[in-house]
Design a protein around this ligand. Sequence first.
Ligand SMILES: [Zn+2]
Length: 440
Amino acid sequence: MEQKLSSTSDDPADLDEKRLSLADTSVARPQLNLPDTMGMWGIAGDLLWDGINDEVREGLCVVVLRDRIASLCTLSEACRRGVPVQHFPACCIMPGMIDAHVHMEFSEHFPLHEQPKLTCHELRAAMEARALRMVQHGITAARDLGGTSTFAAVDLRNDIMAGRVVGPRLVCAGQPITCPNGHCHQWGGIVNSMAEIRPMINKQVERGVDWIKVMATGGLRTPGTNPQKAQFSEDWLFEIVAASTSHGRPVAAHAHGTAGITAAVRAGCHTIEHCSWIGQFGWCSGVDDATIQEMSKKGVYVSPTAHAKWTRKPMGEAGYERMCTAFGRLRRQNVPLVASSDAGAIPGLPHEALAGGVNVLATMASMGAPEALRAATSCCANAIGIGDVCGQLSEGYAADLLLVSGNPCRDLKALRRPRMVVSRGNLVDPCVMPHFDSTM
Ligand SMILES: [Zn+2]
């Protein structure tokens, strides 16, 4: 990867400018070094973090066979078995990061609803460039929570999984279900009546989605909608969940206002996106403990889209402090918070900036580093339904690995120092990380 961002500024605005000079399509192809796929090979740092425990371990390597982890063993054991091991001193090997909320179809260089009209070819090239940058920055899986009627993210997912494109493994939601003139109605997932819910969800399933996304409230970025207000009554949400689960698809609910959050949780949605608790007095003024208890009981995950640009406190100082308090209340009731960026919907936030968001989440929710790391690995994998495939270093799991300089369980900044990435068994050389926020 020749392209280096030698940014010395920590100001995201400066970064945006620098990034603008890099057209999405200008990213050089990485060198994909396919190891001998007929045999086992190993990769190790001095440390290993397995995605689960609070502590790193020493002297272990990950043995890879094709796209899977064959075993974890000591370096001497690997040597004895004749497994060739790439060893990276002063590094830690861990599971690749996972982003629970992205939009692969959209560029951070434009407002969400002012994206340029691209040909199919241009769109695909831009999406492939994003996917590549994500992997190079250690993001080996992500959930795409919606796009237009092109279902371009679903096609990208298929090509990544078939090995035709380098990118994170994706699970995709297709067109979000919304009401007429509702949040992101421009993407076409509009239902005018209860009777239209099942046909709309059938269409998503036919196009190959893994999740159903519903816009339970208005959004910040669609003019004319109110993020505080619920877009659907509880019985509509029940119908959406029933239709989705009849196809085996879980439901992600975009919800800012408290009424919409509560209705989505009651209706059985599986993850709550944003979860901003917007009440009468603004951002996070409507935190509802009864709803939090129900989330806890039902095993609902919260994907707060706390991203790298939140170091700027876009919700205001008071809103930021209330959000921190809300995170604490969720954690006390054992409601898991997962790493999620909303990249693609946030102008100026690159798809590969998850590491900065993990730090923001840890700071705001007062998480120790191991818990924040789980929020971006094993816990996130569970939230998006791939917890039996990836998110931890265990025998039989996917060889989706991230090798970082330093000890991430002591210092989350290590996430910003990727040395090597393994994506489904393929080595991917990461590029130099740009500085993104001022907290790390
Ligand atoms: Zn989103």
